[in-house]
Design a protein around this ligand. Structure first.
Ligand code: ADP
Ligand code: MG
Length: 238
């Protein structure tokens, strides 16, 4: 597990700045949730941490290492998206092991790791199925399995549950929280859903218009919102 540090991170698209100088430390092992309305910059921020998007200025450190100019593949991160894009022609086992086979992991080690991950995610009975023969929740677990199997230092989630129905979302929230406790990894989780933020986070970062409005625990934000925006967004009584 690794600490993530953002220093004066900025991003412009076509000369228009959308991320305005973010300074933020996410402690090793923390479950940190970025929350805010649509368009506030959550995905852009996450994509810069992953290296899928290049920052206009500022620095990103992961585990004390400046990765600002590093390839996504060498940052020690794994990303799970909302539209989990599994390979339809590959089995669950092959989907979970895909990154390992790219890295030329020996077959027996790959089998051991995939079996272990499938056990954690309750996918053991489905390893030979194709994605189309799975439920939405099972598919999302496969996508998470693909991330876990590579032992990343940091997990990045971009609204991973937003395509699931309410009951399944509630269940997956609990499973992800348990997974975090089990792995002890640093997790950065993006959502526009206040309930997800309040129930899952160790630390919440409230974003608005490409800036941080407030950082704190769910209780701190609820009891002492720094602005009417935070109060309104979190649903604080004040
Ligand atoms: P969120 O994930 O919080 O909904 P985004 O990070 O997707 O927000 O977007 C933040 C802002 O950056 C929005 O105004 C969006 O239109 C803009 N933006 C994001 N990606 C691009 C892009 N590739 N080109 C131009 N503008 C973009
Ligand atoms: Mg987004």
């Amino acid at each position: 597990m690794s600490r993530v540090e953002l220093k004066d991170l900025r991003k412009s698209f076509g000369g228009v700045e959308v991320i305005h100088g973010i300074d933020l430390t996410i402690e090793a092992g923390e479950f940190c949730v970025f929350v805010g309305p649509s368009g506030c910059g959550k995905s852009t921020l996450l994509r810069m941490i992953s290296g899928l998007e290049v920052q206009t200025s500022g620095t990103i450190e992961i585990g004390g290492r400046d990765v600002s100019d590093s390839d996504p593949s060498s940052r020690g991160i794994a990303m799970v998206f909302q539209n989990y894009a599994l390979y339809p022609h590959l089995s669950v086992r092959e989907n979970i092991g895909f990154g390992l086979s790219l890295a030329r992991t020996p077959k027996d080690e790959m089998k051991r790791k995939v079996d272990e991950v499938a056990g954690i995610l309750q996918l053991g009975d489905y390893l030979d199925r194709k994605p189309k023969a799975l439920s939405g929740g099972q598919r999302q677990r496969v996508a998470i399995g693909r991330a876990i199997v590579r032992d990343p230092e940091v997990f990045l989630f971009d609204e991973p549950l937003s395509n699931l129905d309410a009951a399944l979302r509630a269940q997956m929230r609990i499973e992800l929280t348990e997974l975090h406790e089990r792995l002890g990894a640093t997790m950065i989780y993006v959502t526009h859903d206040q309930v997800e933020a309040m129930t899952m986070a160790d630390k919440i970062v409230v974003l608005n218009g490409g800036r941080i409005e407030q950082v704190g625990t769910p209780m701190e934000l609820y009891e002492r919102p720094a602005s009417p925006f935070v109060a309104g967004f979190i649903g604080s009584p004040k």
